[in-house]
Design a protein around this ligand. Structure first.
Ligand code: SAM
Length: 700
């Protein structure tokens, strides 16, 4: 090798290093220089093409990859990257033909089958995709990701049994595989398991224990399936019968078994119990426990301390929504005095008190527990939840910047509600791997596709009305984003910021104010999300117009709006509360719920199956809100037209699948006229609001 060759090779090495370390500009410049010297070097053409494709400069990338392929037609790497490029630019057939060539050249190269499977998945050929993924597993049986991908494909195919088997295999190899965990949560969130054999109950219980112990998922999504794994009946007893009898639950062996079960305790700590039957159970047993204290029979409770702490955590999560009788309240008052006066710290008594109100509400109890450390970690967790975290939020509030003055009458009232009950209270949320926003958007609006110059490589995002930040986890998953999280309620923002600080993200700026004042930000955004907010403004269209004007020309906006049709029963409930003069406060909400739970009117009782019936902020939001507008699809269509906005698609994949079967001609699922027909025939479709994306029209 002569000295020039040596220099050439060294420069090439440096360029590759820069490329691998994502110093793209420098790598690109060097590749060009090297190509000037050796234009027919396949490797440099390949590297440059690959780098350009990574930066989404597809036309240029194609030029260099095709050149590389001409120079070295049988190189599997070049064919693979060409396949990827054609896939990304939408030429599926070419992409598949390059992959077939790779498979022919290198039949044991799992990645080629994987990529082909991913493409087939994307075009809805799930069975063929599954075949490709089975092949990858045959070639690399210890690759956790392959089981996970095939698991997701079986979800699409509706074969949940196979999906769960593969996802568990993925977790057996790598218990931290986030995609596998998320796919399992997705299954349990959207499907109700039934007719489970005894053996399967044992296996599923193990799986649920595993999931409940992870703090990177939203455990509310597990609740509906976890509850059917609880041992609610044995040879002698049935919990339902026990609840209807006037006896001491805590002394019953079946009840004992339930409240000592690890799964039940974890559920209490992490999922809001959204179930009228279990609510009754919890209510009765909490009262019984309180009465044991009243009758100085504390010793009978010592075995149940962890259950009682878990119940206190559940009470905090549901914001003390369960009914509290006068009798209970007077015992609680006495208990509070005993605790405050005593020199000792009695963990049992404090935990019982925490089942009735949050500990941070009493200054004296804060003082008592401020520096206390228990030997029981669960008790420490309770103090963290009910004292440390709320106090942290008080501090965070002081650091949040405000813009403008909140002077609109409705905004002032709405703010008051969310200051008292930030919406929604949540403990953990499902963490999603980061991805480029464009693919996330296209996944959300599929089968439609967003076509524009905006590649969202460094998107500026506004979350207008972020509440307590539950939706921010999704936002964190957007690659290279800069986020402004905005809300009327300082308490909600402080809650959100505390949760985001826990994750350690620095890319979100929290700002307090009214959407009506958002112009004062003097900023434009590529993405704006406004979920469940505009319908609580006095004039939602005015709010929408403000948001639209903050959008970059190629930007997109996601909206969540109440449906008039889906909320028929809620409208009746709202009327019911007005007619009987129920006020928007916790006492009236508790009384109202007791009446509805036992009401004979089935339409009113329909709310019992709603997730939002089981915590205070949710019920206030659902039924007692100071301001609510609802929309029909034709109204939304008109509003979009008036504001020069183009509808890109609803987000719910299951509903779209059903819609597609009835409206075969609407290939993109975007005809609002058809959607209105569909909703009229399927009135519960948008129970969880209309959720959809729009963009500014090109001529705007
Ligand atoms: C139902 S919550 C939705 C929270 C969040 N978007 C979510 O989906 O979890 C509505 C939120 O909008 C906020 N909000 C309502 N009107 C607003 C306004 N005019 N300006 C800013 N925020 C507002 C409330 O404070 C509240 O946090």
């Amino acid at each position: 090798m002569n000295s020039e060759d040596i220099k050439f090779n060294e420069t090439f090495k440096v360029a590759i290093e820069n490329h691998n370390n994502k110093r793209f500009d420098s790598a690109e410049e060097t590749y060009y220089k090297l190509l000037n010297l050796k234009p027919n070097n396949p490797q440099i053409n390949f590297n440059l093409g690959t780098l350009l494709a990574q930066q989404k400069k597809f036309d240029l990338a194609k030029k260099y990859l095709l050149k590389a392929s001409d120079l070295s037609p049988n190189d599997p790497k070049i064919n693979t990257n060409l396949a990827n490029l054609y896939f990304e630019t939408g030429d599926i057939n070419k992409s598949i033909s390059y992959l077939d060539k790779v498979i022919e050249l290198k039949p044991k190269f799992a990645q080629a089958y994987l990529n082909k499977g991913i493409i087939l998945n994307n075009i809805g050929k799930f069975s063929e995709a599954a075949g490709m993924f089975e092949k990858t597993i045959e070639l690399e049986p210890n690759n956790s990701n392959f089981y996970n991908i095939i698991g997701s494909t079986y979800i699409e195919l509706g074969d949940l049994k196979k999906a769960i088997i593969n996802l568990r295999k993925s977790l057996n190899i790598n218990s931290k595989n986030l995609n596998a965990i998320n796919s399992l949560v997705k299954i349990f969130k959207t499907t109700q398991l039934s007719n489970i054999s005894k053996k399967n109950i044992e296996e599923l219980t193990k799986l649920f224990l595993f999931l409940y112990k992870k703090n990177l998922i939203n455990h509310d999504d597990l609740f509906n399936n976890a509850k059917i794994l609880l041992p609610v009946q044995d040879k002698n007893n049935n919990l339902e019968n026990l609840l209807n009898k006037d006896l001491k639950l805590i002394e019953n062996s079946l009840v004992n078994k339930i409240i000592s079960s690890e799964l039940f305790l974890l559920m209490l700590q992490k999922s809001i119990f959204r179930d009228a039957f279990f609510e009754k159970f919890i209510y009765k047993i909490r009262k019984e426990i309180l009465f044991f204290i009243e009758k100085s029979q504390k010793n009978k409770l010592s075995n149940f301390i962890n259950f009682i702490i878990s119940l206190a955590e559940q009470s905090f999560l549901n914001e003390y929504i369960l009914f509290q009788s006068k009798e209970e309240l007077s015992i609680v008052k006495k208990l509070e005095n005993v605790i405050i006066k005593s020199k000792k710290i009695d963990e049992l008594e404090i935990s019982i008190l925490a089942c009735y109100y949050p500990l941070y509400k009493s200054f004296k109890i804060i003082e008592k527990l401020k520096n206390y450390k228990s030997n029981n970690n669960l008790f420490n967790d309770l103090i963290k939840m009910q004292i440390e975290e709320p106090l942290k939020e008080v501090e965070i509030k002081k650091s949040i910047k405000s813009i403008g003055k909140i002077s609109d009458d409705i905004s002032i009232k709405v703010k008051e509600q969310y200051e008292e009950n930030p919406y929604p209270r949540w403990r953990y949320s499902t963490r999603i791997p980061t991805t480029n926003f464009l693919s996330l958007l296209n996944y959300d609006i599929r089968p439609n596709k967003f076509i524009s110059g905006n590649k969202f490589n460094n998107p500026k995002i506004l979350i207008a009305g972020c509440g307590t930040g539950k939706q921010l986890n999704n936002i964190l998953a957007r690659e290279n984003s800069n986020v402004v999280a905005f809300d009327l309620s300082l308490s909600s923002l402080a809650y959100a910021k505390r949760k985001i600080d826990e994750v350690g993200s620095k890319k979100i700026e929290f700002i307090h104010g009214d959407i009506l004042q958002l112009n004062k930000l003097n900023k434009k955004f590529d993405i704006i999300e406004c979920m469940g907010v505009l319908h609580h403004m006095e004039n939602p269209v005015k709010g929408l117009n403000i948001l639209k004007n903050l959008l970059e020309p190629d930007g997109v906006l996601k909206l969540g709006l109440y449906s008039e049709i889906a909320r028929k029963h809620i409208i009746e409930l709202r009327q019911y509360t007005k007619d009987r003069n129920f006020k928007n406060n916790i006492f009236d909400i508790r009384n109202f719920r007791e009446i509805i739970k036992n009401h004979e009117n089935q339409i009113l009782r329909k709310v019992l199956i709603s997730n939002d019936f089981y915590s205070t902020s949710n019920v206030r939001d659902l039924i007692f809100h100071v301001q609510e507008h609802r929309f029909t699809i034709p109204q939304i269509s008109q509003i979009l037209q008036d504001n020069n906005l183009e509808f890109l698609g609803f987000t719910f994949p299951e509903i779209k699948k059903k819609y597609s079967r009835s409206f075969l001609d609407d290939k993109k699922n975007i005809s609002l006229e058809n959607w209105h027909k569909f909703e009229s025939e399927n009135p519960d479709s948008f129970r969880a609001m209309y959720q959809f994306w729009v963009k500014r029209k090109n001529n705007d």
